[in-house]
Design a protein around this ligand. Structure first.
Ligand SMILES: [Zn+2]
Ligand SMILES: [Zn+2]
Length: 137
């Protein structure tokens, strides 16, 4: 089921599937911008966010978003992007490799417990009720 949502960029309403934040038009514009930025970087090899922003007419916020989405990556030694957990400089994504590793192990140790709870408490209880209902008729 699509839900009507306001585009984060142009504020137009559109039918969003999943977690889309932008209308199809803005999405397309942003995709072609990304290609432009990549082309620019391909030629320049290395450029600051400010340079890219000016040369390709794209906002720093947009560049940061692409970095967070791991669609762009900073050059070695860059400090513009920080790990959201421990604050050390990273080149792409939201977390440094260490925090990612840690979160992955945390996730692994948490997820099975959660799944077990769903299986052993919620579902069988409902099944039993239905069985009883069928039995009594
Ligand atoms: Zn839009
Ligand atoms: Zn970190």
């Amino acid at each position: 089921m699509p839900n009507v949502q306001a585009c984060r960029k142009c504020k137009r309403l559109f039918n969003a599937f999943g977690e889309a934040l932008y209308c199809p038009q803005c999405m397309q514009e942003s995709e072609s911008k990304l290609v432009e930025v990549k082309d620019y970087l391909w030629d320049k090899k290395i450029a600051s966010m400010h340079e890219i922003s000016q040369a390709c007419d794209v906002s720093i916020d947009q560049l940061k978003e692409w970095l967070r989405e791991e669609r762009l990556s900073l050059a070695d030694g860059a400090t513009e992007l920080l790990c959201e957990k421990c604050g050390q400089p990273i080149l792409t994504g939201r977390y440094c490799a260490e925090c990612k590793d840690k979160m992955l192990t945390d996730l692994k140790s948490v997820t099975p417990k959660k799944e077990m709870k769903v299986v052993s408490v919620t579902k069988p209880a409902r099944d039993r009720e239905r069985m009883r209902f069928l039995d009594s008729h």
